[in-house]
Design a protein around this ligand. Structure first.
Ligand SMILES: Cc1cc2nc3c(=O)[nH]c(=O)nc-3n(C[C@H](O)[C@H](O)[C@H](O)COP(=O)(O)OP(=O)(O)OC[C@H]3O[C@@H](n4cnc5c(N)ncnc54)[C@H](O)[C@@H]3O)c2cc1C
Length: 663
């Protein structure tokens, strides 16, 4: 862009820019021929160690599970429609429009109904969302904002009248919507978050009046608000005027359905001001906007009244006695967003690790003197970077699948204890997995050298688009504090004889067993059989959790005296797949233990020689995983156009492609 060009000029491209764009679009009309790798570019297999043989297809089926066909339908749909694929270079406005067309095509042409799946089969929804994110993360988020956040708020915070009125419009995208929680001065999904937007009941007209009392209360970062949204669920403090000595009563934060644009003309409705949050570091296919309300009147029926209602004569009723309990119940219903982010984040980790492993198997560098070149994945340092990451990807795949299953169960059973569990687990896994993926995306970029920096290889856009996963749906630091708070509460319950929730039950034994002295005999066991025994691995994790928890409680007790009180396997289809999964499981567990070896050594939970043995075995397992790394990433079963360029590197097709995109 010409440095003197203004933002307005961007929407009026020069003839040269237009010619470039037409050239680029022509790529879609005359797609590149399918790349056949030349024999020299075959991935190198390592001849040194004995290689675990396993059936890749069977492992892949097990990994993809029962929603394989649904995911393939999404991927095939976009593959067969190049004009719906996001090009490497695209302006923000074009990206937003393309994203909207992608979403429309998915629902109206492919007849895939994600919103319906949220109700009928939540696990299917998350599988579809993961596949949609593989097309373009922006599309995945746009779909998530519409179906899970806006649609989810209507389903979960509203009652039958809301479902009857809005379900079809949300399902067929006529009622594209937003979820307006965050304000300029206050983030989302936190207790006592101090939202300031108000909804005052007007008894005379039987309406709520929505107001933004000051600039700090402007709803900010709201997905789908800048361009496409017709409705928003607006979170506001419900104010009842009592007309007596008590004056106004604040009943706490509630959700309200507020139409923001005319259904026919798409004009912004009176009293609503919409600003564009503009170009972002990533996710530019999503139109985030800011909303200000000036005496916007909505019918009383637009209050999402599952947890609190207002009668025609202005009386408030709720089964929950306090503002905090109502807010907690409301947030509890919104965990689906976090479950979706954790699951999608693993999807991006799969793509990145597949690109990096395939590149590393392909790329050859000098080997030992006077010997042939080796693949860079034969370098120990490279194995250290990528093999524990590959093992972690498998671990997170199963962990998030378990979370999705638990979430589906609470939607069916409404088991209160499990609801609390899913709340804590989703907070912990969302923050742990998204932080891990964010770091790993950078590592994968580095692991692909200069080629990792070529936009065509996706790692840059994956990194930029995924980065915000650490912040939205609850900032990771704040979420981890919530998990810590939950663990402390469980600790207290344990010693006060109260019930432990299902997830934290695993701590029960460890609390009693491990809070005493570590076993000096087992601390010295170094055999590979012992180190690869799931009992040792799980015991070590439990031990560390219990120990950290106990020490946190001791420190909190000490500080509270001076500062006051303060408030995560399955069977597998065939033996060979089981062996492969056991290998990545051992690598994951021992790498985690090795990463935290300080904690274990400090208390002699592992003796010095055992620590050395763990390190040696971790290196050996890394090497073993390296030998099947190609097959392991193949088992993710990602179509070539999702992980496209690395296989085409150094090839004619790659040169052709880079030429056409103008490098
Ligand atoms: C692309 C994008 C899309 C979004 N979409 C939506 C949407 O559709 N709807 C919606 O309602 N919101 C949306 N958001 C808002 C998002 O949820 C918030 O940005 C997020 O909740 C964090 O709030 P904040 O920006 O106010 O950050 P802040 O709360 O200001 O956090 C800033 C820093 O302070 C730290 N911090 C904050 N509180 C604590 C604490 N208690 N203890 C320790 N450290 C703390 C955090 O760790 C962080 O590092 C979106 C944001 C973005 C960027």
């Amino acid at each position: 862009m010409n440095p003197n060009q203004t933002v307005e000029d961007e929407s009026q491209p020069s003839i040269t820019a237009m010619t470039r764009r037409i050239q680029r679009l022509s790529i879609h009309l005359t797609p590149l021929p399918l790349f056949q790798p030349s024999p020299q570019l075959n991935m190198l297999t390592c001849a040194k160690a004995n290689k675990l043989e396993f059936d890749k297809g069977s492992l892949s089926s097990y990994m993809r599970g029962k929603y394989r066909e649904s995911q393939e339908k999404v991927l095939e749909f976009f593959k067969s429609r190049p004009y719906l694929q996001t090009p490497i270079e695209i302006s923000m406005n074009e990206h937003r429009e393309l994203c909207m067309r992608q979403l429309m095509a998915l629902v109206r042409e492919a007849k895939i109904k994600p919103f319906r799946y949220i109700v009928e089969d939540p696990a299917k929804y998350f599988a579809i969302a993961e596949a949609v994110g593989n097309i373009d993360i922006s599309l995945g988020i746009k779909l998530g904002v519409h179906c899970s956040l806006w649609g989810g708020s209507v389903l979960n915070l509203g009652t039958k009248k809301h479902r009857d009125k809005y379900f079809d419009g949300i399902d067929n995208l006529d009622y594209l919507g937003c979820f307006a929680m965050t304000e300029l001065h206050h983030g989302e999904l936190c207790f006592h978050c101090g939202l300031q937007t108000i909804a005052t009941f007007d008894r005379i007209t039987d309406e709520f009046i929505i107001d933004t009392p000051n600039d700090g209360a402007i709803k900010w970062w709201i997905g789908n608000a800048a361009v496409h949204g017709k409705f928003a669920t607006v979170f506001a403090k419900l104010i009842l005027t009592t007309h007596d000595s008590k004056g106004d009563s604040d009943m706490g934060v509630h959700g309200f359905i507020v139409p923001i644009r005319d259904l026919k003309t798409h004009q912004t409705l009176p009293g609503i001001e919409i600003h564009d949050c503009g170009h972002k570091i990533g996710l530019n296919g999503v139109d985030n906007g800011a909303l200000r309300f000036c005496s916007v009147r909505i019918p009383r029926d637009n209050l999402l009244n599952r947890f609190g209602d207002v009668s025609r004569d202005g009386k408030y009723t709720s089964s929950l006695p306090t503002i905090n309990k109502r807010f907690a119940a409301m947030l509890g219903e919104l965990v689906g967003g976090r479950v979706g982010l954790a699951s999608s984040s693993v999807g991006f980790l799969k793509i990145a690790v597949t690109i990096a492993v395939r590149y590393s198997l392909l790329r050859q560098q000098f080997g030992p003197p006077k010997q042939p070149e080796v693949s860079i994945l034969d370098y120990q340092s490279h194995q250290h970077k990528l093999m524990p990451m590959l093992a972690s990807t498998y671990a997170f795949h199963f962990a998030t699948r378990d979370l999705v299953d638990k979430y589906s169960e609470i939607k069916k059973t409404h088991n209160e204890q499990l609801v609390g569990d899913v709340h804590a687990l989703s907070a912990g896994l969302k923050s742990y997995v998204t932080s891990y993926t964010a770091k790993s995306l950078s590592t994968c970029r580095e692991a692909c050298g200069g080629h990792g920096y070529a936009a065509v290889n996706r790692l840059g856009s994956l990194r930029n688009d995924h980065d915000i996963f650490q912040t939205f749906e609850g900032d990771n630091t704040v979420l981890l504090q919530q998990v810590a708070g939950d663990l402390l509460k469980q600790y207290k319950d344990k010693f006060q004889g109260g019930p432990l929730s299902v997830t934290w039950n695993y701590l029960r034994e460890s609390m009693n067993t491990y809070l005493s002295q570590p076993n000096p005999v087992t601390a010295r066991w170094e055999s590979a059989d012992h180190l690869r025994d799931p009992k040792f691995q799980l015991d070590a994790f439990r031990y560390r959790t219990s120990r950290l928890l106990q020490s946190a409680v001791a420190r909190l007790r000490k500080h509270s005296k001076t500062h006051g009180s303060f408030g995560a396997w399955n069977s597998c289809p065939d033996a060979s797949s089981r062996a492969a999964l056991k290998l990545v499981c051992d690598l994951y567990a021992l790498d985690r233990i090795w990463n935290d070896i300080g904690t274990y050594r400090n208390v002699d939970y592992v003796a010095p020689n055992k620590a050395k043995a763990i390190h040696k075995l971790t290196e050996y397992l890394s090497f073993q995983v390296r030998n099947i790394a190609g097959e392991l990433v193949d088992a993710f079963d990602l179509p070539p156009y999702v992980t496209r360029a690395p296989l085409a590197m150094k090839s004619e097709a790659y040169a052709q492609y880079t030429q056409l995109v103008g490098f």
